[in-house]
Design a protein around this ligand. Sequence first.
Ligand code: ADP
Ligand code: ADP
Ligand code: MG
Length: 660
Amino acid sequence: MFSKILIANRGEIAVRIIKTARRMGIRTALVHSDADTGSLAYEMADETIHIGPAPAAQSYLIQDRIVDAVRRSGAEAVHPGFGFLSENPVFARRLEAEGITFIGPNPHAIEAMGDKITSKKFAAEAGVSTVPGHMGLIESNAHAIQIANEIGYPVMIKASAGGGGKGIRVAHSDADMAEGFDAVKAEALTAFGDDRVFLEKFIIDPRHIEIQVLGDKHGNIVSLFDRECSIQRRNQKVIEEAPSPLLDDVTRKAMSDQAIALARAVNYDSAGTVEFVAGQDRSFFFLEMNTRLQVEHPVTELITGVDLVEQMIRSAAGESLPFTQDQLAINGWAIESRIYAEDPYRGFLPSIGRLVRYDQPEEGQQDGYVVRNDSGVREGDEISMFYDPMIAKLNTWAPTRIAAIDGMKRALEDTHLQGVGHNVPFLAAVMDQDRFRSGHLSTSYIKDEFPDGFQGAEPNRRQLDILIATAAAMNEILTEQSGDPSDRTDWIVLVDRQAHGVSLGYDDDEALTLDLAGEDRALRLSEIDWRPGLAQFRGMLDDSPFTAEVARIADGFAIRTGAAKARVRVLTPRMAELFARLPEKAAADTSKLIQSPMPGLVVSIAVEVGQEVKAGETVAVIEAMKMQNILRADRDGVVKTVGAKAGDPVAADDVLVEFA
Ligand code: ADP
Ligand code: ADP
Ligand code: MG
């Protein structure tokens, strides 16, 4: 076994690898850029080696620097994590030539599966079902249209070198094709330096299901079963689970057999993933093989009990797999939520800045579920624009799917982030949806369920009860602390502008009781854990635990529970009467505005008055904290006014562009 390995990555995955290496008694050396000095992974590694400035092209992607760092540290092997150099056969060969072990598959397998066109050919030869389409290269726009008509619309245009959801478009007509073909070619050239493009049939209402395989250098290959990753935004995974709710045992076995056949065809060793797109009828077709550790590998670890990083290290060191297929089984269900620094209320605009607060859910066995939080940052850390905007991968496990989802709801409640926009309320909304809970998934799920984007969710009955009870309890605690306790028991709780009359009392166990007059409901709030200044309120409402995010605002409280947030006021009946007579202040409509998400300097404005802009196009670039932040249109529109120019300083929420 190795005595020291080098980690050629950063963030969450570097932390993940260090944890396993430590447990195995292997020392770790970590490379880092300027931006990652002092990061969590940096603190955890036994040794750190600086390799350059923040942009990955000047640090994490420079092979010479990585090889040099291996030499300096005396490490015997390199774990590349995912992204960066993880699927680069040139890098894997280079290490081999230098006598350094690559903790991943052999370079031949990486190369064979490295581009989508070649890998589809290998797959077809290995008897794997592939998406009907054109396997060859397409030279011209006219040729593309001709092939698309042979395949039949809708057709997917894909960059052969694509990855991470980039370089993919759907065409429904010749016109789409004419435009899309050139667009994908151009995007592929910029993003991957390779403009080869191919076409395949677009599978309608598809699901993304993948098989985790694991091999060694002695010809043994097993399947660690399936994961479903259908909850995606712009072809990027957001929520994953294992196993897939779609598969029955027969389909699972057929998919596993095909994945193993493909892996065998390229002498696969190490961990890898064979991705399929599946129809609702359980038909399935090969998409691509990722020859690396996958972002969502924790859900597989949770249902199989196998540590994939450990197995990658052992396989790289030449050990045989310690188990056979017969010894592997699926136990329970696991869900993963990718917590991203992006603002769901603003069209999922990437958000950067300092994580001024970060309370994480407790890991390990909880009441009925298990929590695992793979995080690469701590409170006080900076989320920078240079890398992936992922803050953490929150996983839960339970014996059943519904229990794992309910565990995820609780774990999301226990995740408190401040300082950057984040998608926790959005993830919570999905966990509450009947469609998600029933397992009727599709890669169009987010588009179907949130056609107008995300504005939070209406509180359901329990969430409404939490809003009312939390506000009433906070009001009691604050009045008591003010030293002027009132004996009043009758209050009106306004949730936004909806009035609920409550009568407060305490029962023998000192729990707060709330009688909701006229609503034929009584609530009981016990085990209250909150004091002024805390941003989280914990308690048991009618004997089930909850955590709400709370803040005091001018005339009440802003409270969020799951995806439901409201302004809640606790008023005397007299005050409530007066309040009801106040005209409602209409909230400013900001949907047509692009506002600066932070104080900074305008680097450039990319649009002019009268210009037509499509959703996703760059509107402006703002520099803040020495970093550039690209602001994109979250909908199609025509520019009505432009409020700033290059060089202008701007405050948070300053209007940069207004659409008509
Ligand atoms: P997974 O397929 O493991 O779920 P993603 O597709 O989200 O993961 O990609 C994993 C990581 O690798 C992300 O950080 C993504 O940005 C990066 N990535 C994937 N493919 C490429 C590529 N071809 N070029 C650059 N980065 C990539
Ligand atoms: P990447 O390398 O970016 O991960 P993939 O080929 O894995 O690219 O495709 C990414 C996603 O796009 C898939 O998860 C799936 O949702 C969708 N997709 C890809 N190919 C098809 C297809 N032929 N039909 C329908 N959806 C597809
Ligand atoms: Mg993929």
